[in-house]
Design a protein around this ligand. Structure first.
Ligand SMILES: [Zn+2]
Length: 360
């Protein structure tokens, strides 16, 4: 629909002598062939001290796209922080065609409090983009981040985890109706893509609408570093760099199988019909057969006659699942998605060759 030619890798024939552009933001500049660790003020505390976010800009020697990687818009979602930190630490400007803007902790007040939202009136930073001057504290912070470090970019990846008390498979969320966003989503090399434009005010939706194709990567649970998920995400990042020409030596990675789930016809959150304590039988990434018992909801005495079992209504993949094993009626138990016959075959084949469930 809206192909953005700025995200195309530069033509191989003409890049050798060209120099990359400086990266500039309010009050600073990073020249081609330089990297900088910046602490950038986006607000002030009750004491009048600056609230500063860490930003690493790695400006490659060679021209190419400018890419942002961001994490911890929700302050307790830690896996992405490690992904962005490792990219910022490990990738050198000497090998990059283009520029990396790494924002490992956007919601600094939430991160310090280890809470999802900004502690100031519980505002959601990830519903406050693109932000606005002269507005609420959350929107002012979002505005500072967006104008200085998102708008100069050609594409971006925003890392999240499941909400506290739940976990999910590594998956991409992206507006697959936009070809530029779909290209990025496919390049990230996840097994599962959940299609949809995302709620208003999220970084990925607002950046995409501003002409900066952006995806969200969801991975694991809050309050943890989950090494296998972090490694898979790093593979996805390198694959994106290959697709968009930032790193010519990397290659685009195919995850082996892929399913794209349309959020519109997704009625696949299984919810509890009884309150109680949940005995979960299957975990994140499990393939379950129709009729298989996924979990049992029990009373405080574990009385047999009061156990409510929950069966899979169809054969599918558990993309997300609760970790905190207590529910009211109506609370989500797991996110189960159906698979096409081809995907099911590919996934079953993979499962017989490696015990990979815990890596998902
Ligand atoms: Zn989040």
């Amino acid at each position: 629909m809206s192909d953005d030619t700025a995200t195309e890798p530069p033509d191989d024939g003409r890049e050798t002598d060209e120099m990359n552009e400086p990266f500039t933001y309010n009050g600073g500049r990073v020249d081609p062939g330089e990297s900088a660790n910046i602490r950038y003020g986006i607000s002030e505390t009750y004491l009048g001290d600056p609230v500063r976010i860490p930003v690493t800009v790695i400006n490659g020697e060679h021209p190419g796209p400018t890419v942002f990687l961001s994490a911890a818009a929700h302050g307790d979602e830690l896996n992405g922080i490690e992904v962005v930190r490792e990219v910022a630490h490990d990738w050198d400007h000497s090998i990059l065609h283009g520029t990396l803007v790494c924002l490992p902790v956007m919601n600094v007040p939430g991160f310090i409090a280890q809470e999802r939202y900004l502690p100031i009136y519980d505002r959601d930073l990830n519903r406050s983009f693109p932000g606005r001057e002269g507005s609420t504290s959350a929107r002012r912070m979002a505005h500072q981040i967006f104008t200085n470090f998102i708008e100069p970019c050609d594409l971006g990846v925003d890392f999240h985890t499941s909400t506290r008390g739940r976990t999910n498979m590594l998956h991409v969320r992206a507006n697959m109706e936009r070809s530029d966003v779909a290209r990025l989503a496919n390049a990230f090399s996840s097994n599962v893509i959940i299609a949809g434009e995302g709620p208003s005010g999220t970084l990925r939706r607002e950046a995409s609408e501003a002409g900066i194709p952006t995806i969200t990567v969801e991975m694991g649970e809050a309050h943890r570093f989950q090494r296998r998920l972090i490694d898979r995400a790093l593979t996805g990042v390198a694959s994106v760099f290959a697709e968009f020409g930032l790193h010519r030596e990397s290659s685009v990675h195919w995850p082996g199988w892929r399913t794209v789930i349309d959020t519109d016809d997704e009625k696949t959150w299984l919810r509890a019909d009884a309150g109680g304590i949940v005995d979960m039988k299957r975990g994140r990434g499990a393939l379950v057969e129709e009729g298989e018992v996924i979990c049992a909801i029990t009373n405080p005495f574990k009385e047999e006659e009061d156990i409510v079992t929950v069966e899979a209504p169809f054969t599918g993949l558990i993309v997300g699942v609760l970790e905190n094993p207590v529910v009211y009626p109506g609370n989500p138990l797991c996110h189960l998605v159906g698979l096409s016959p081809d995907t099911l075959t590919a996934l079953s084949r993979e499962r017989t060759t490696e015990s990979s469930r815990s890596e998902l």
